[in-house]
Design a protein around this ligand. Structure first.
Ligand code: 4AD
Length: 429
């Protein structure tokens, strides 16, 4: 006989089954022990009757404590009063790994749970989120491969900044200094000359000094880069990707979304095309809501939130001021002073989920912008080569995977969207 999952056992619904997992709850009286067992998919009530089992099995049942690992054999049957509608009448039970008193019970502080993240990951809340995270990653891969993009990779150690020096992590690299990647973009721009349409999902690092509920110092970004693509093509591509991810999660994880208390109807409403506005129009809207932002200043979290009070779907904001944008974002010839770039802002206060742009083709303009930012253009010589040999218009974007997960799951804090979060003040476990 083979071990099967609790879900398979419940599908079988009668007869003998062998299951294994961890003790979720246990209580016993003189002749009867109730053990709720969990595996990665479900929980089930198991009943051990002293009269029906060996002395060794009865001893194991009495010894079972929260989170010990167990193997159980018994007869499964429907039982309406049991937590998941089924019950196993146990014939054999073995403790595989004993458990000390599990430190997590009820009503702990957020910090305590973060300190014990390695154990808290077993909770139904975090396992539900991590299952959704897994769906989000596979949806991203599925969307891109269905649309002819190749998956490609860039180094984590980089000699250059991509998104400005202020959030770079420096690392000792033999006798030199390197940086942890902020984005694959510069390498992607070199790779499109052979593969044209590419994507990646990889970790990115930003020394963010902010302690907001939206910032991690290590997060995962899904990035894409494509030759011949203009900003509009990329906005459409991003819209499709967001809708595809949501559709896949609703299809595969409605149980988890329900457990998390997420209003699925809100997610079902998300459909492209999303509302678009320029940065200048966004400032006008803010002004109507009584908030003055001087033209040329970046939109902060509070301003994004204010704008999003008007919408229940993502909004695409384009044409931010060229001066405050990264060096690789070109000026829009139709709207001088602004860049051919876009951000997607999620509803319900989840902030910017995507940032993208067309790419500057004029190396002199890029050199000037780099110097202005205090960078040494000589370090970017290899990157400028990409414009020297058959340069083509191209565009790309990056989607913050944890931001999207936080939004889809309706989380209070982005930290719960990643198994082991890293922020300015959280580096363990
Ligand atoms: O807008 P960003 O900085 O864009 C880039 O890095 C481009 N080079 C991407 C590209 O065009 N290939 O970052 C992209 C997205 C943001 O919209 C946000 O969702 C997420 O990455 N992000 C963060 N997520 C969590 N914590 C942080 N500290 C983040 N910084 C950016």
């Amino acid at each position: 006989m083979k071990f099967i999952s609790i879900k398979q056992a419940m599908e079988k619904s009668s007869g003998e089954v062998m299951i294994r997992g961890w003790c979720y709850r246990a209580r016993s009286s003189n002749n009867l022990a109730f053990i709720v067992l969990r595996d990665s998919g479900n929980i089930i009530q198991c009943v051990v009757e002293k009269a029906n089992v060996s002395d060794q099995a009865w001893e194991a049942a009495l010894k079972a404590s929260v989170e010990c690992s167990l193997e159980i054999k018994g007869q499964i049957k429907e039982e309406k009063r049991a937590p998941t509608g089924f019950e196993i009448s146990v014939s054999e039970i073995n403790i595989i790994g004993e458990s000390d008193t599990f430190p997590i019970t009820k009503d702990h502080s957020t910090e305590f749970l973060l300190d014990n993240r390695h154990l808290w990951l077993r909770s139904r809340k975090l396992s539900s989120i991590m299952k959704i995270r897994s769906t989000v990653f596979s949806a991203i891969r599925k969307y891109y491969s269905q649309n002819g993009f190749y998956e490609m990779h860039s180094p984590v150690f980089t000699p250059n900044s991509c998104e400005g020096g202020s959030t770079l992590f420096e690392v000792k690299y033999f006798d030199d200094i390197m940086y942890l990647t902020q984005s694959w973009q510069l390498y992607a721009e070199a790779m499109i000359y052979s593969l044209e349409k590419i994507f990646t999902i990889g970790p990115c690092f930003r020394a963010e000094k902010s302690k907001t509920s939206r910032h991690l110092s290590e997060f995962w970004m899904a990035e894409t880069e494509a030759a011949w693509h203009r900003m509009d093509d990329m906005i459409k591509n991003s819209e499709e990707l967001v809708c595809f991810i949501i559709k896949e999660v609703i299809e595969k994880n409605s149980e988890e979304l329900n457990f998390l208390g997420r209003d699925i109807e809100k997610l079902k409403k998300v459909s492209a095309p999303f509302k678009r506005m320029t940065y200048t129009q966004a400032l006008d809207l803010l002004k109507k809501q009584g908030i003055e932002v001087a033209w040329g200043k970046d939109l902060r979290t509070i301003e994004e939130d204010e704008i999003m009070k008007n919408f229940d779907q993502p909004v695409v904001i384009t044409n931010y001021p060229k001066e405050i944008m990264a060096f690789y974002k070109p000026e829009d010839p139709k709207n001088p002073g602004t860049a051919l770039c876009f951000d997607f802002i999620a509803p319900e206060g989840y902030g910017e989920i995507i940032g993208g742009s067309e790419r500057e083709l004029d190396t002199e303009a890029m050199k000037k912008a780099l110097i202005k930012q205090g960078e040494n253009p000589e370090k970017y010589q290899w990157y400028f080569d990409t414009r020297k040999y058959g340069s083509v218009p191209h565009s790309g974007y990056g989607l913050g995977v944890e931001r999207v997960i936080a939004w889809i799951c309706g989380l209070d804090n982005i930290k719960d969207a990643i198994p082991f979060p890293r922020t300015m003040i959280r580096r363990t476990p």
